[in-house]
Design a binder for this molecule. Structure first.
Ligand code: UDP
Ligand code: MG
Length: 335
């Protein structure tokens, strides 16, 4: 299952490589492309590929919802005993598929790629490295280092992921949160087929924020720590002032220091409010219950082509299912 956003030039070669490697696993397979509102002609090309290649299915989202939403959409239509999630820009090596399948057959529910030898520039590599280590430290769920979306997940994991009602999603984190038997396989991160990442730098920053705020309360706990320090500073200064007033009779402290202290703590307050705001925004999103994605239509597939009615809640909102009093999706609730 691969999200696609304007990857026109690579799609034929990618499909060929996928089919070749999937055949090697000896399993029945289906390739699901989720077209995340591409505008470069990928849409038509995908339809054509789906028509010409047996076992290729394309889910067209109603617009560009972002990679994480596209992943969720793909999982909601996948029907295999296991799903391999990967990028469609050829950075995830299709040759790893057979290794994932082997580990899955050994009984693992999640086999994720541990990215080695990233090809990005040194600054980006450093940031990725630091991010994964920091997240791992502060997260309440252990999240493996250097593991992105690329990997295989068993049907049980797919169903659990679909059950999770949150809209602001960080796939690698949620995948670890599920638990069961998980293992990593080192996979070399290939070069992008073009020089132009579809997820912008700020997109990555947003994703990093999602990861941090959905898996850790450390940013909030930091404020308990700051509060203790602030109290200590405050008491020491008061003691200092009182001592001079009562015993030494030295001059009272100038207003400059008072002003500096006030503004310093004012800034801290503002920062605290900003962090609280991050949580509030997420709570707000959740309460609103806006679906993560909307599907426009589905083409191709080994089965019959489906005429899909435009019913967002039937497709994408796990909470909508539970609210309707239905047990957890058995697959059909999702289509
Ligand atoms: N992608 C997507 N929707 C978007 C942005 C990206 O489906 O809004 C897809 C993109 O086509 C690619 C994958 O997500 O298959 C990863 O994108 P990119 O290579 O830009 O991310 P990076 O490799 O930097 O994580
Ligand atoms: Mg990429």
């Amino acid at each position: 299952m691969l999200p696609v956003y304007n990857e026109l030039s690579i799609l034929p070669r990618l499909t060929e490589a996928l089919v070749e490697n999937l055949e090697r696993t000896g399993c029945d397979f289906e390739v699901i492309y989720v077209n995340d509102g591409s505008s470069d002609g990928s849409e038509d090309l995908l339809d054509q590929i789906a028509k010409e290649t047996p076992g290729v299915r394309v889910v067209h989202l109603a617009r560009n919802f972002g990679q994480q939403a596209a992943l969720q959409a793909g999982l909601s239509v996948a029907s295999g005993d296991a799903v391999i999630v990967m990028d469609s820009d050829f950075q995830d090596d299709p040759a790893a598929i057979t290794r994932f399948a082997e580990r899955w057959r050994e009984g693992f529910d999640v086999v994720y790629a541990v990215r080695v030898q990233r090809k990005e520039n040194a600054v980006k590599r450093f940031l990725f490295r630091s991010f994964y280590r920091m997240l791992n430290r502060i997260s309440r769920t252990p999240i493996p280092l250097d593991a992105g979306n690329f990997g295989l997940i068993d049907k049980r994991v797919v169903q659990s992921l679909l059950q999770l009602g949150e809209t602001d999603r960080y796939f690698p984190g949620l995948r670890s949160w599920v638990g069961l038997r998980q293992t990593g396989v080192p996979v070399e991160r290939l070069d992008r087929h073009d020089e132009n990442p579809r997820v912008s730098f700020w997109g990555l920053v947003r994703l990093a924020k999602t990861a941090i705020f959905s898996f850790s309360t450390a940013p909030l706990s930091l404020f308990y720590f700051i509060a203790v320090i602030s109290c200590a500073v405050c008491f020491s200064l008061t003691g200092f002032a009182l001592y001079h007033k009562l015993f030494s009779g030295a001059a009272t402290p100038g207003w400059t220091s008072g002003l500096m202290t006030a503004s310093f703590f004012g800034a801290l307050n503002a920062f605290g409010v900003a962090i609280l705001g991050e949580y509030v925004v997420r709570i707000h999103d959740q309460v609103r219950g806006r679906p993560t994605f909307l599907i426009d239509r589905i083409t191709g597939s080994s089965e019959t082509e489906e005429a899909v009615t435009f019913d967002p809640f039937r497709f994408s909102s796990p909470t909508a299912n539970t609210q309707a009093g239905q047990p957890f999706p058995d697959g059909n609730n999702w289509r």
